[in-house]
Design a protein around this ligand. Sequence first.
Ligand SMILES: Cc1cc2nc3c(=O)[nH]c(=O)nc-3n(C[C@H](O)[C@H](O)[C@H](O)COP(=O)(O)OP(=O)(O)OC[C@H]3O[C@@H](n4cnc5c(N)ncnc54)[C@H](O)[C@@H]3O)c2cc1C
Length: 481
Amino acid sequence: MFWALVSQGIPQQLLSKKKLGRGHEVVVVSPGAYYQWIPSNIWVGVGKMKIDQVRFKLQPVYDRWKIDFRQAKATAVYPEGDQSVNRPYIAIEYTNESRRGETDQVDYDYLVNATGPKLNFEATEGLGPNKFTHSVCSCDHAVATWKALQACFTRMEKGEKLRFLIGTGHPTATCQGAAFEYALNVAFEIKSRGLLNMADITWISNEYELGDFGMGGAFIKRGGYVTPTKVFSESIFAEYGIRWIKRAGVTRVEEGLAHYETLDGQLHTEPFDFAMLIPAFAGVGLKAFDKSGEDITPKLFAPSGFMKVDADYSGKAFEEWSVEDWPSVYQNPAYANIFATGIAFAPPHQISKPMKSPNGTLITPAPPRTGMPSGVTGKIVALNIVNQICTGNSGFKHRASMGKMGAACVVSAGFSLFKGNAATMTVFPIVPDWQRFPEWGRDINYTVGEAGLAGHWIKLFLHYMFIHKAKGYPFWWLLPE
Ligand SMILES: Cc1cc2nc3c(=O)[nH]c(=O)nc-3n(C[C@H](O)[C@H](O)[C@H](O)COP(=O)(O)OP(=O)(O)OC[C@H]3O[C@@H](n4cnc5c(N)ncnc54)[C@H](O)[C@@H]3O)c2cc1C
């Protein structure tokens, strides 16, 4: 039996099932009834897409693929079984209507943890939906955010001048790219309604410089010259009328007011009428127990709650960091049949240089694990497990380190078929390798960026392509990660 704990990674589950055939079982545990294409939540958050354009029900897909789907959340891992069960298993708790709250066990030969992030709004007082800020991290959040944004448009149309605050809501938050996209889309929508003079739009971020994106920024080749992402990002913000606050860690939010500390140790506040701030991410809080029932959570998970894999967690100083610190097969060091992919794996350290204020507050983005590396890590783990099952060989045929792979990202800057805009960027590798590429940290021939209408069409095409792929429709396996 091959057991996968994946939700967004449907293509990897389908790939496993396709390759393994009927003789093996793939079980998927995920708490939601729906798959959602998260990047398009940005467009839900500005009213350009409806919720059902970015999500679909999981059960029919798994029925078609004969995959055992449990709508449940995993709560604990028992990698050695327990006193009465001699096989490894996970404890789950059902979340569907008919079995809500019921607990169960699912045993496995292989376990893939792809649980993504816990959106850790609680790490910042007053942050998040139902408190004082909005979010686009899930499609439900994005629907509520769009409702609030519409109310702002109405107020501005009546002559009120409003303040918009968009960015990161914790000193170590990541996912700057999503917040950046949302800021540009909000500015685009405000401008298209002729309301730009009624809006004061501010970007707030824990990045040392704009365009850091949690990957230490990048030098990109663009129209024949090389420019840092700092200049690229500042130019786009200038064009869209967005002012920025950088090196800022938001520590508390109250109604209409964000409190933040800057790297120089100063404490500030920023008033707002509408705020969308990305929370810190943490692991989803799985526990682990050995056969005797002893809590072995720290053996499997880092303090952040993300799962330990084949990375270097020795806590080296920044000067000693190397791309070799990054994992390549995503195998847990304590249990060879457990893997973690996408955001669920614990990175060895940040990619951006860690910076502390004189008060000791770490104000630095955590390392992002965007869609492409999440998809690629899921794919190679699935292929390696299939290979181990089919050959009986415990080696790894496929490797994918973020220090050796590239990534592409299309940053939406306005949704419109003829007036839309998006910045298309590729970096290679994701984690800069100053030894291999001493001049720019990355291969400048593959680290490129361009902005324009074509980028919007690409982003729209990717939306339909990835939903087609996730549904397992014809030729889905030919589509890239
Ligand atoms: C608004 C937004 C826009 C983005 N845009 C882009 C973009 O344009 N390009 C890009 O490359 N990346 C983008 N990203 C990042 C991208 O969405 C993530 O990199 C990707 O979704 C990570 O995949 P994952 O499978 O690791 O986690 P997720 O996609 O979060 O999937 C994790 C799954 O695990 C499930 N789960 C949670 N807890 C449990 C549990 N206890 N038991 C079982 N299952 C559980 C969750 O319900 C979820 O279905 C964006 C992110 C956001 C928030």
